[in-house]
Design a binder for this molecule. Structure first.
Ligand code: FDP
Length: 341
C-alpha cells in the first residue's frame, strides 16, 4: 500500500472542506448555509449516479412503464425533481422551493422550515438525455425576508439578491460549479471517493472569446441586434478571424464551455417567443450570477440580467451571457437600435 499517496489524497480540497473554510470567515455563522449546500451536493451525486445508468437501464430493461420488479419507472426529470425536493426539505434549512418541474412553489411545513429559498431546474437540457449528451442541475439560493411568514415575494426578487448560485453538469465527468458571491469555483466528482474535489479554483472567464453559442435554426425570427451580432461573428469586418459556433442545446453544457473557454451564449427573443425560452429564476439568474462572479456579463437585450424583477416564478427572459467584451458588443448593438427608434 502506498501510504504517502494516501496521505496526499486525504489532503484534497473537497467541497465540504471548501464550504466550511468559507463559513469560518463568518464567526457569527450557524452553519445553516453549509448544511443546505451539503444537501444540494447529495442531490447532485444521486442524480449523477442515475443519469450515468440511464442508457444502461434501457438495455437491461429497466426503462419503460415498469421495471423488473414491476414498479413504475419514473422519467429522469421527474425522479430528479423528487430527489432535490426531498434533499432540500430534509435539510431543515429551506422554506420555499421553486422547481422547473412544479407549477406551484412548495412552501415547506413550519416544523421543517429554515431561512433559505431555493430555485432550481433539477434536470436541465432533458431533451438530450436519450442520446447521452451532457445535462445538468441549476440552482440559486435566496434568503427569506421574514422566516415566520415566507411569501412568493421572497423568490420574486432580482437575481442580484441571490446569496449563491451554481450548477452540476452530468457529462464526461460530473462537475459542480459554485459561487457564494466571492468568485466561482469548480469541483469534479471523484467517483472512487464519492467526493467533489476542487479542480477549478477561482474561475475567471476570458475577457474576449472566439466561440458563439446559439440555436441558429431560429435566425429567421431574430431581431436586428442579434442578427447583426451573429453576422459579425461569421463575417467580421475588422480583419479579425471568424468565431466558431458551438451549440449543444443543453444550457449547463453550453454555459460551462463558455465560462471556461470564453465567448458568448445567446438565447435571444424572437418573433415566435418575444420573451425567449429560458426561465428567469432557475436558468437566467443563476448562470448570470456565475458569469458576473467570473468577470463576465449577462444582459437581457434591455438591462443587466440580474436587475430583472420577475413577476411570476416561471417567467422567461432573453439572455446574452459570457465574456465581458462580447456582451459589451451586444449591448452596443441594442443601444444603437434604441437610438434609431
Ligand atoms: P431542454 O429544452 O432540452 O430542457 O431550457 C431548457 C433547454 O433545454 C436548455 O437547457 C437549452 O439551452 C435550451 O432549452 C435549448 O433550446 P433549443 O432546443 O430551442 O435550442
Amino acid at each position: 500500500m502506498d501510504h504517502a499517496a494516501d496521505a496526499h489524497r486525504t489532503d484534497l480540497m473537497t467541497i465540504t472542506r471548501h464550504v466550511l473554510n468559507e463559513q469560518s470567515k463568518y464567526p457569527e455563522s450557524r452553519g445553516d448555509f453549509s448544511i443546505l449546500l451539503n444537501h444540494i451536493v447529495l442531490g447532485c451525486k444521486f442524480v449523477c449516479s442515475v443519469v450515468n445508468k440511464a442508457g444502461l437501464a434501457k438495455i437491461i430493461g429497466l426503462a419503460g412503464e415498469t421495471n423488473v420488479q414491476g414498479e413504475e419507472q419514473k422519467k429522469l426529470d421527474v425522479l430528479s425533481n423528487e430527489v432535490f425536493v426531498k434533499a432540500l426539505v430534509s435539510s431543515g434549512r429551506t422554506c420555499i422551493l421553486v422547481s422547473e418541474e412544479d407549477e406551484e412553489a412548495t412552501f415547506v411545513e413550519p416544523s421543517r422550515r429554515g431561512r433559505y429559498c431555493v430555485v432550481f431546474d433539477p434536470l436541465d437540457g432533458s431533451s438530450n438525455i436519450d442520446c447521452g449528451v451532457s445535462i445538468g442541475t441549476i440552482f440559486g439560493i435566496y434568503m427569506v425576508k421574514d422566516d415566520h411568514e415566507p411569501t412568493l415575494d421572497d423568490v420574486l426578487q432580482p437575481g442580484k439578491n441571490m446569496l449563491a448560485a451554481g450548477y452540476c453538469m452530468y457529462g464526461s465527468s460530473c462537475t459542480f460549479v459554485l459561487s457564494t458571491g466571492t468568485g466561482v469555483n469548480g469541483f469534479t466528482l471523484d467517483p472512487s471517493l464519492g467526493e467533489f474535489i476542487l479542480t477549478h479554483p477561482n474561475i475567471k472567464i476570458p475577457k474576449k472569446g472566439k466561440i458563439y453559442s446559439v440555436n441558429e435554426g431560429n435566425a429567421k425570427n431574430w431581431d436586428g441586434p442579434t442578427a447583426k451580432y451573429v453576422e459579425k461573428c461569421k463575417f467580421p469586418q475588422d480583419g479579425s478571424s471568424s468565431k466558431s459556433l458551438r451549440y449543444i442545446g443543453s444550457m449547463v453544457a453550453d454555459v460551462h464551455r463558455t465560462l471556461l473557454y470564453g465567448g458568448i451564449f445567446l438565447y435571444p427573443a424572437d418573433k415566435k417567443s418575444p420573451n425567449g425560452k429560458l426561465r428567469v429564476l432557475y436558468e437566467v439568474f443563476p448562470m448570470s450570477f456565475l458569469m458576473e462572479q467570473a468577470g463576465g456579463q449577462a444582459f437581457t437585450g434591455k438591462q443587466r440580467a440580474l436587475d430583472l424583477v420577475p413577476a411570476k416564478i416561471h417567467e422567461r427572459s432573453p439572455v446574452f451571457l459570457g465574456s465581458y467584451d462580447e456582451v459589451e458588443e451586444i449591448k452596443a448593438l441594442y443601444a444603437a437600435e434604441e437610438e434609431k427608434a
